[in-house]
Structures are given as C-alpha cells and as structure tokens.
Design a protein around this ligand. Structure first.
Ligand SMILES: *Cc1c(COP(=O)(O)O)cnc(C)c1O
Length: 382
C-alpha cells in the first residue's frame, strides 16, 4: 500500500527531524572547552531567546524535557515549601509528581482533562491558599491538546501572590509564541524533540532575575541540575558537564531553518495546521477533545466513538499505512488518538498524513467518502 519503510511520524514528540538537521549532526566532534564549541554554544543559545521571548540566557541541559521540569522544581523550591500545580493533564500531573517526590507540599488545581485552565478559577484558588513558593503550569498540555492561557494565568499569580511562575513549554516552544519577560513568567522549560525539530536529548531553561535570586538563596542545591552552574558556565560559552555536542550542531541548523521561514511565519503555519487538522477530523465525523478556543496549534486530540477505536486505529495506521500517531495517556489511555502537527510539518506533509488517516478510517470500519479529510483541510487554506 505505502512505500516500504516510509514513515509519517505524527506523534506529538518526537517529531520528524529534517535532513539538514540530521546532516548537521554529522560534523566532526569538538572539545567542549574549545573556542569552536564556545562559539557554537553562545550563538545557538542566543538565537533561542526570541523563541522564549526573553532577554535572559537560554540554558542548555543534556537531558530530556523532564530533566528541565525537575530542574525547575529543585532549583526554585525547597522541602516543605507550599507549591501549586495547575493540572490540566498528564504533564501537569508530572510537575505535581516531581514536587511531591522532593517533599514539596503540593496544592493541585485540577481542571477537567480536555479543558484549558481558567484564570478566574486560578485567582479564587490562590486566594484560598497563599503564601505559595511557586505556581507550576503547562503551556501546551500535550496529553489533551490544550493550550493554557499563560499570559493571563501569570498575571493572576503576580497579582495575588509572591509565588514564582514556572511554565512547561516543552511542546509549545517554537510552535506558538512565548513572551517570558512580558508575561512576568519566572522560568520556562522546554525540550528539543517537539516543535524545535531536533532529536530528543536537549532541554532548555530560561529564568528571570527573580528566579536567579531565589536559586542563590536556596540552601540545598542539586548537583547535575544546578542551574546557577549552567548560568555561570554559559557566560564562558560552555556547560558544567560534557554537553551533547552533536545535538547542538543539529539545533543550530534547526534554528537556521526557523529563521529562514521567519519565526512569525512558523507560528502562523502551526495555527493553520491546527485549523486544517480540526476541520478534517470534524469532516470525518469524529469528535475533538477540545474546543477551538482551547486547542493547541501543535497537537490535536481525537476521542473514541463506537466506530473509531483508538488503539485498533493506531495499530492499522502504523502497520498498514506507516502513519505513527500517539494514544491517550494516564486516565485517557485507550480513549484518544493524538495527532501531532508541530515542528517539521508542512501543509503538504499534513495533507499526506490526513490522506493516510482517511485510508485507515476506511480499513477500520469508519469509512468516509474518498477525499473528505483532505478536502476539508484544503478548504481551510482557500
Ligand atoms: C514531551 C513533554 C514533556 C516530557 O518531555 P520528555 O522529553 O519526554 O522528558 C513534558 N511536558 C510536556 C508538555 C511535553 O509535551
């Protein structure tokens, strides 16, 4: 049916790595204490700033996105601190788990999975709970395809408390705008394998002056994830331990690709990809988990129906059509298909994936007239 060995990776991370990025990673190894590396490091770190909307350094950690989530917890809070976590899905839950692993007293604001957090509700929640050391929130909740209104949420926290505002932007950085400085956010963490088109393995952290002040005050500092060390070494163009040099070469090329398209155009493309995907899914008669208003530009969640069984669907999509999709996580396990459209995803590539999606629907007992999804997506563009 499809060309053998041709895969269409439409998971919400990892995402397809462009050939140019792959090739850039084949450059000869350099010593991470050399002038060549310092130049590469300072340049890439600097060019990441607009993606996070900050004038601060963007620190680069060798680790998956979760290492940056953990870095946020251990660098900005201490045992017995009261912290709040806005939980809109599995990744909010992960922040809460990291906090309780380290003995922080966790106050959860639980939002029904599939909905965005409400700033109004956050305000009431905070009034009942101050003082808190930090409030953790997720920008794109990848497990549900929701984009939380971070600007408004951060403003509410600033208004109601002295708590630091910490944002997980693993699946939003590079796919939708972030304005850390303007929003009054104290830390944004992210990773390389989602909208930033790189393989897994790098994590990014950027922090406000207020956050660095807090880090200096903390008595118990972590070792590998000590962000003050990363900041100090970054000034010299290097990292405390050996970095994933090849991945940074890849990142440099990914930034070239982003800059060639233009960051605003990249964001705009993601917005269209979301609209096209949602229109196609709706045209196929399948239910979306989120409303248009709450939906993320980077990932779309589609819910089960009697004729659309997520796990059977994903199996056929993968085995027969080479289309790789994600399922539901935690309490949504088996109940969702998650379709990633972030990073290296052109309109044409999306159309190809929608065609394969539609073929899979036919093969799994939810047939739609040929071209239904492709047509709906195409109509969005015209
Ligand atoms: C993918 C993801 C993570 C975890 O990243 P890993 O690289 O798997 O550790 C955390 N938060 C969000 C929102 C994500 O999408």
């Amino acid at each position: 049916m499809i060309k053998r060995g041709e895969w269409h990776l439409r998971t919400p991370g990892p995402t397809p790595v462009p050939k140019r990025v792959q090739q850039a990673m084949m450059q000869p190894m350099v010593d991470h204490r050399s002038p060549q590396f310092s130049q590469l490091f300072l340049e890439t770190s600097h060019r990441l700033r607009p993606i996070f909307g900050t004038k601060q350094d963007v620190l680069i950690i060798t680790g998956s996105g979760t290492s940056a989530l953990e870095a946020a917890v251990v660098n900005l809070t201490q045992p017995d601190d009261d912290v709040a976590v806005v939980v809109t899905g599995a990744f909010g839950e992960r922040f809460a788990e990291i906090c309780s692993t380290y003995g922080r007293r966790v106050h959860r604001l639980d939002i029904p999975w599939g909905q965005a957090a409400s700033p109004l509700q956050l305000r009431t929640f905070l009034r009942e709970r101050s003082p808190l050391a930090a409030v953790f929130m997720t920008h794109c909740e990848t497990s549900t395809g929701v984009l939380n209104p971070i600007a408004e949420m951060a403003a509410v926290v600033r208004d109601e408390s002295e708590a630091l505002v910490i944002v997980d932007a693993v699946s939003s950085a590079g796919g939708t705008p972030l304005h850390m400085d303007q929003w009054g956010v104290d830390m944004i963490v992210s990773g390389s394998q989602k909208a930033l088109m790189c393989p897994p393995g790098l994590a990014f952290v950027t922090a406000s002056e207020r956050a660095y002040e807090k880090m200096r005050q903390l008595k118990q500092k972590p070792f590998y994830l000590n962000l003050l060390n990363y900041k100090e070494e970054a000034a010299k163009g290097t990292t405390p331990a050996t970095p994933a040099v090849s991945l940074i070469y890849g990142l440099q090329e990914a930034l070239n690709i982003i800059e060639e398209e233009g960051l605003n155009q990249v964001f705009e493309r993601h917005m269209w990809l979301k609209k096209m995907t949602r229109a196609a899914v709706t045209a196929a008669g399948l239910p979306l988990l989120t409303t248009e208003e709450d939906a993320s530009p980077t990932v779309t969640a589609i819910t089960e129906t009697p004729s659309f069984q997520p796990e059977a669907f994903r199996k056929t999509a993968r085995e027969t059509y080479g289309l790789i999709l994600a399922g539901g996580q935690k309490k949504l396990k088996g109940r969702l298909v998650r379709f990633g459209h972030m990073g290296a995803c052109s309109f044409f590539e999306l159309i190809q994936s929608l065609f394969l999606f539609e073929m899979t629907l036919k093969a799994t007992g939810h047939p739609v007239p040929p071209g239904t999804m492709v047509q709906a997506a195409e109509e969005v563009l015209s």
